[in-house]
Design a protein around this ligand. Sequence first.
Ligand SMILES: Nc1ncnc2c1ncn2[C@@H]1O[C@H](COP(=O)(O)OP(=O)(O)OP(=O)(O)O)[C@@H](O)[C@H]1O
Length: 291
Amino acid sequence: MRSDAAGGSAPKSPIPTSPIIEMKGVSKGFGGGSGERVAALQDINLELTEGTFTAILGPSGCGKTTLLRLIDGLVQPDAGTVRVAGHPPRPGPEMGFVFQSFRLIPWRTVRGNVEFALVEAIADPAERRRRADRYIERVGLSRFADAYPRQLSGGMKQRAALARALACEPEILLLDEPFASLDAQTRELMQVELMRLWSERKSLAVFVTHSVDEAIFLADQIVLMGPRPGRILEVIDVNLTRPRWSYDVRAEPRFAELRQYLWERIRALVLADPQSDFYGRDEVQSVSTGS
Ligand SMILES: Nc1ncnc2c1ncn2[C@@H]1O[C@H](COP(=O)(O)OP(=O)(O)OP(=O)(O)O)[C@@H](O)[C@H]1O
């Protein structure tokens, strides 16, 4: 299933081989409104290795979030197995989460939010503060460490949420459309910020997104999913040199090639999905995915 979509010619990035996350034959359904079971994911087989950044890309409702929830153990599969470092998954400090909606505690400051996430991992309050301040500094929020979430812009809130997740120094970082609510410019800046932070520790990262450009900019590999029930169609190696913020990666022929290939595939999936608002419509052809 792994593919080098449209025959990319860039050098391969060295991807280690030991799988940390393993999903075998995983299916998951939810109870529908009229009592029937609606299949969200079907026969998911996926291995994710140490130090890799994986983007999960696919149309709305294809099960991207459900796949993340299976990895963190908050959702259990109906069939198949999920293993994290050889064990059934369970939420804990080795897994960090970043959400689109930030989920900061409104009555705590930025520092208070980060420290709170460290309570279980670090018993000594002074050490906890040092760690929190280090990560707040890393995301460029030192001047706002004593600010409350309501005093921050969307981009700053997301940086605070990133600091909170990264301060726990997780082995696995799960990100569910973390930049979807940001304006286009802030979103691009946050993508670079995330890449800088991730490249320092290279935890295994799984990033859910609707954006083709975002997936290509960030990921070592893109898991392309199809809808209803959600299934993996293809795993594509990105094969673009890192760090990608240090040159105009979007002008690379490989970037354009991947972008066109992925957009064509997603467009075809959406047009063929009877439950999609765009089912059977041709005018979608000219719509750009943007970032
Ligand atoms: N707790 C739930 N109860 C009932 N149905 C659910 C639940 N969670 C997800 N679903 C259904 O499972 C399917 C997959 O949902 P999921 O949120 O994983 O998809 P997604 O690809 O992340 O969607 P989007 O891109 O729109 O955020 C959808 O049809 C959704 O309605």
